[in-house]
Design a protein around this ligand. Structure first.
Ligand SMILES: [Zn+2]
Length: 246
């Protein structure tokens, strides 16, 4: 029987999977890490540019960079700040067009200058720009704010890959109605959406980072903190999941 020696391995991987799904709160702040080593393969990956508009806490940019790299499996560059323009998010997107690197698969603008626009984000799949209205997503708890912003980056990447909203409330692509509901949905891509993402990336010639396997250090760590807490749990809702819309 050649299959017998495989059983312990299978059991071990099942055990690892089960362990990886244990709920674990991520640390309130991301630990300081060394500068990411630039490996040659990194240069060939598709990348997201993160820009700030107005005053944005550098801790936000840092956390979102790490989140997108790990969760959306894309390289991230922290790019130049963009001058505020217009009262609406869409005006900011239009105004920024000429200032963005066309090679970026997506440029995310984090703005603190659009308090007058009630929207959480402006996402546009055709011009590869997403404007995230940080001011409207701030909560008194820093961790809640960070998670709201992470969800918006997941949605921004998904829209740029032309993925559809997802009926699974444990997925970041669930169509939430208000902040309360936003706080309950998952932050990252659910397994079917991960599959759609990979398919879309292939079709659009977007090069993703290697998959992150919970509990296993990736060959080329994005930021020197592979395997840190909370990574396996990014899709666990923060509270009772909202019911999908009828
Ligand atoms: Zn999904």
């Amino acid at each position: 029987m050649k299959t017998l020696p495989l059983l312990p391995v299978l059991f071990l991987s099942l055990l690892l999977t089960a362990c990886a799904q244990e709920p674990a709160e991520p640390p309130a702040t991301t630990p300081e890490t060394a500068k990411a080593p630039v490996v040659p393969a990194e240069a060939e990956l598709s990348f997201v540019d993160l820009h700030t508009v107005g005053k944005i806490d550098p801790a936000i940019t840092k956390r979102l960079k790490a989140f997108i790299e790990r969760d959306a499996m894309l390289a991230v560059r922290v790019a130049d700040p963009i001058a505020p323009a217009g009262a609406k998010l869409v005006q900011q997107a239009d105004s920024a067009k000429g200032q963005l690197d066309p090679k970026a698969m997506l440029s995310i603008l984090l703005t603190s200058e659009h308090k007058g626009d009630p929207g959480h984000a402006h996402l546009n799949p055709t011009n590869k720009i997403a404007v995230i209205n940080v001011t409207n997503l701030v909560d008194e708890k820093e961790e809640t704010t960070m998670r709201r912003l992470e969800r918006q980056t997941t949605r921004a990447v998904a829209v740029s890959l032309q993925l559809k909203p997802c009926p699974n409330p444990q997925c970041g692509l669930f169509p939430y109605r208000d902040l309360k509901e936003l706080d309950k949905i998952g932050r990252g891509f659910c397994p079917p959406c991960q599959m759609f993402r990979e398919q879309a990336a292939k079709n659009m010639d977007i090069k993703l980072r290697p998959a992150f396997v919970p509990g296993v250090a990736p060959a080329a760590p994005a930021n020197g903190q592979a395997g840190s807490n909370g990574e396996a749990n990014r899709n666990a809702p923060d509270g009772p999941a909202p019911q999908p819309k009828k």
